[in-house]
Design a protein around this ligand. Structure first.
Ligand code: AP5
Length: 229
């Protein structure tokens, strides 16, 4: 896939899927390709934890257990980010919404900005494969690019392809026990949103067990169509 950004009208896209489905991987590729802004509530919360803010202090233990952070905290963190000027070009929501309350609040937030959700892409994967995907994940500490011990290695071992940094990090919640709790939370609280968005005719389900590049091609086709419609 080329890294050339295509100029589009503002598009708001949601990537839905369990831990390890590839939301972050695909969101970063769509960001590069379409100039949309990736908004990952997981990244925003990890940023709050690292900064030691009140929200971060409240979220830290909940995230370590693999449970969902309260709607109030997540919505406050997201609202702050939506108020930043770069977001006007359109967004890819990665890991948000995750509950019915968050979905309703998002509709309200966007309506106040005369915007709406244009598409919701549900990445369809097998739970059994997700533990391996998440356990092998590591991230560039310089630019946030994601890698995997087996499925996505940098060209030079230990050095980021994108920014050249050799600082790679692993998430504290990427262990088999916490991933199981995260999968339970996904099925109980987030998977029902698939029907919520299907009823609004904005849902597309994309098989996501294949190669990263193939899945990116499928998402590219969906977003290209939206951007020119
Ligand atoms: P968050 O950071 O959102 O984590 P998650 O949803 O559990 O998702 P992941 O980041 O684990 O997976 P991903 O789908 O992005 O996969 P990735 O592309 O990295 O949330 C963390 C925590 O924060 C939550 O548990 C909760 O506590 C809290 N939180 C966040 N948002 C919240 C909200 N809205 N409400 C309440 N609480 C919230 O891929 C994984 C690995 O697999 C990578 O190494 C990648 O290289 C590899 N890979 C990707 N695609 C493929 C492929 N097709 N084939 C092989 N390998 C692949």
């Amino acid at each position: 896939m080329t890294a050339t950004a295509i100029k589009t009208r503002p598009v708001n896209l949601i990537l839905l899927g369990p831990p390890g489905a590839g939301k972050g991987t695909q969101a970063r590729m769509l960001q590069d390709r379409f100039g949309l802004v990736q908004l990952s509530t997981g990244d925003l919360l990890r940023g709050a934890v690292a900064a030691g803010t009140q929200a971060g202090l409240a979220a830290k233990a909940v995230m370590a257990r693999g449970e969902l952070v309260s709607d109030a905290i997540v919505l406050a963190v997201l609202k702050d980010r939506l108020d930043q000027p770069d977001v006007g070009t359109g967004t890819i929501l990665d890991g948000f919404p995750r509950t019915a309350v968050q979905a309703q609040a998002l509709d309200d937030l966007l309506a106040r900005r005369d915007q709406r959700i244009d598409a919701v892409i549900s990445l369809a994967v097998d739970d059994a494969a997700m533990v391996a995907r998440v356990s092998g994940r590591y991230t560039c500490g310089g630019c946030g690019e994601g890698y995997h011990d087996q499925f996505k290695q940098p060209k030079i071992a230990g050095r980021c392809d994108k920014c050249g940094s050799d600082k790679m990090t692993r998430r504290a919640d990427d262990n088999a026990e916490t991933v199981s709790t995260r999968l339970v939370a996904y099925h109980a609280q987030t998977a029902p949103l698939i029907d919520y968005y299907r009823a609004r005719s904005v849902l597309t389900e994309v098989p996501a067990m294949g190669d990263i590049g193939e899945i990116a091609g499928a998402l590219d086709a969906i977003v290209s169509k939206l951007a020119t419609s």
